[in-house]
Design a protein around this ligand. Structure first.
Ligand code: HEC
Length: 129
């Protein structure tokens, strides 16, 4: 296994854990709202079921249209900061990134949310083409 595959596997597992945790909570609140309620690094073990809550990110992102969608969907598999720490990109590149996350990796964003997230990323970290 290459380092890159191992990283992808680790990211995938984190995504699964985050999704399993959200399902287990059984309500419709946004993942980031749930995250703010859990204490950091909670780990429990019952029979063969293990639960882990990952500490909420202590990050403030600029206000703007699409911020809620960005925070809801783009921190499931990797940190939000991983996204905002990228160099500034054009709208075309951000749109392609969001599209790739949805199509290739299965980020649960529909086209309306993809549009909002793209607009938000262009606003906070965009460059003219
Ligand atoms: C289902 C899991 C998943 C979700 C949800 C997700 N990503 Fe990713 N993202 C990944 C993986 C896996 C990588 C690493 C890809 C690679 O190394 O090629 C990645 C990498 C990235 C990168 C680094 C550049 C790149 O293409 O590798 C950016 C930027 C990014 N994601 C943005 C986002 C945005 C914006 C969202 C919200 C719409 C999002 N991601 C949601 C899985 C996800």
């Amino acid at each position: 296994m290459t380092v890159r595959q191992t990283t992808l596997l680790a990211l995938g597992l984190c995504g699964l854990l985050a999704i399993a945790d959200a399902c287990h909570q059984g309500n419709n609140e946004a993942p980031h709202m749930q995250a703010s309620k859990v204490s950091p690094h909670k780990f429990s073990h019952q029979g063969s079921v293990r639960e882990m809550s990952i500490a909420p990110e202590d990050m403030q992102f600029p206000q703007g249209e699409g911020k809620a969608e960005f925070e809801m969907y783009c921190g499931i598999c990797h940190s939000l900061k991983y996204v905002t720490a990228q160099p500034p990109f054009s709208r075309e590149v951000w749109a392609a990134e969001v599209h790739k996350m949805a199509e290739k990796f299965g980020a649960p964003v529909d086209s309306a949310n993809a549009e909002k997230i793209t607009n938000y990323l262009v606003t906070i970290n965009g460059i003219k083409p």
